[in-house]
Design a protein around this ligand. Structure first.
Ligand code: GDP
Length: 382
């Protein structure tokens, strides 16, 4: 890592002196080093190769790792995974301690904490209704959060950053299953276009910093994620928590009919958050590439089928009633996961088991519904 940093510094000095781009300065320094040994006492290592060729580059267990968005669904699972893997130096910042939309504050935090690895999983998120009714917030918050963290990671020489995008970045009409190269080939789904645009900008931000400054910033595109710690807020939540809550409420009231939004015909792929956390760590240690990688199961079901699975776990025998006045969203978005499978990672958690774990969490959690539902009890420790 130190050698990479030394080399980067040399490249930047040369860029300043010659006005060359990062790639040109890097190539020139490489050729000097190949002809006459390392320049100016540096011992440059080869740059990260495309992930098909890159091996395992384990993160030192005591490395300073910043999980931005540690109190959200993905962040909580990621912290859990990192702790289980023996990482001891996990950095977090609560929203009231650090506004990730504020570049000066983020720079200050990076200067003080000097993270070496960054998982950028923070963002303003929500289900189809929240996305379509709060587009300004979804676009502004996410653009700002992604820009400040990526920029500070460059300024303060972070060794590696993993940025979490979303499968909604792909065009509404993309061929299914969706491959990574479908990005920017057609119009977006209107119900979440604002969020998707911010996410697309984030992907481009990572690849641009890689191209211009040689930063090892990578991106992953997860499909729809669910699991313990999800947001059960009555209007803002995603499909699975909303179904669990509605079936459970109906069970307690003794209602036989449960409303499901839309026609029930769209199809969704569901990835358990613990699988996503495992994939994030896997990619952080094994992938270094220009492009980005889909993360999913590669399998999808109709909303009717998903609602039936939840019904059978929470309130067997209830009838589904479809409210077609509510939005269907994109008709289908199942990811082609051959790239990540080719790297050696595949989702492991069976959907029924995953749903059951979420129902158990929902029923036993101490949280009052809608209050502090995402909070990580250990969040302040870091
Ligand atoms: P999306 O996958 O980005 O569209 O986000 P969601 O997780 O909100 O899933 C939306 C899909 O689930 C749409 O087809 C909705 O019509 C359907 N759906 C059915 N019931 C619900 C519900 O109670 N809440 C939400 N958010 N979606 C629902």
């Amino acid at each position: 890592m130190t050698h990479d940093k030394d080399f980067k510094r040399l490249v930047r000095t040369r860029m300043a002196e010659t006005g060359e781009t990062y790639t040109a300065a890097q190539a020139a320094l490489r050729s000097v080093s190949e002809r006459g040994g390392p320049a100016a006492g540096s011992r440059p290592r080869p740059r990260s190769t495309p992930n098909e060729r890159a091996g395992h580059r384990p993160i030192p267990r005591d490395a300073r790792i910043f999980v931005s968005g540690h109190a959200g669904l993905v962040g909580v699972a990621l912290l859990r995974r990192l702790r289980a893997e023996g990482f001891t130096n996990l950095l977090t910042a609560r929203r009231d301690q650090l506004d990730l939309r504020d570049q000066a504050a983020v720079n200050y935090w990076f200067r003080a904490n000097r993270p070496e690895y960054v998982f950028l999983v923070a963002g303003t998120v929500g289900g189809v209704l929240a996305n379509s009714t709060r587009p300004a917030e979804f676009l502004y918050d996410n653009m700002m959060i992604h820009a400040t963290v990526v920029h500070a990671s460059h300024l303060f020489d972070v060794d590696k950053l993993l940025y979490l995008g979303s499968s909604c970045v792909y065009p509404r009409g993309a061929a299914q299953p969706i491959t990574e190269d479908a990005l920017l080939t057609g119009p977006l789904e209107p119900t979440n276009a604002a969020y998707a645009l911010a996410k697309i900008a984030g992907i481009r931000l990572c690849s641009s910093y890689r191209e211009q400054y040689g930063c090892d910033f990578i991106s992953a595109m997860p499909t729809n994620v669910y699991g313990p710690g999800d947001n059960f807020d009555a209007t803002g939540g995603h499909l699975v928590p909303m179904l669990i809550r509605r079936f459970d409420d109906a069970r307690q009231r003794g209602d036989r009919e449960v409303t499901v939004w839309g026609t029930g015909k769209p199809r969704r792929e569901l990835l358990h958050v613990d699988d996503l956390a495992a994939a994030c760590l896997f990619l952080m240690e094994r992938a270094s590439q220009e492009g980005f990688v889909n993360v999913g199961t590669g399998r999808d079901l109709t909303i009717r089928e998903i609602a039936s699975l939840v019904r059978d776990l929470v309130h067997p025998g209830a009838n589904l009633v479809f409210d077609t006045s509510m939005p269907d969203g994109v008709p289908r978005k199942v990811l082609d996961v051959s790239r990540i499978n080719g790297l050696g990672w595949a989702a492991e958690i069976d959907l029924n088991d995953g749903l059951q774990s979420m129902v158990d969490w929902y029923r036993t959690a101490d949280h009052v519904r809608g209050l502090e539902i995402n909070a990580d009890p250990d969040a302040d420790a870091a």
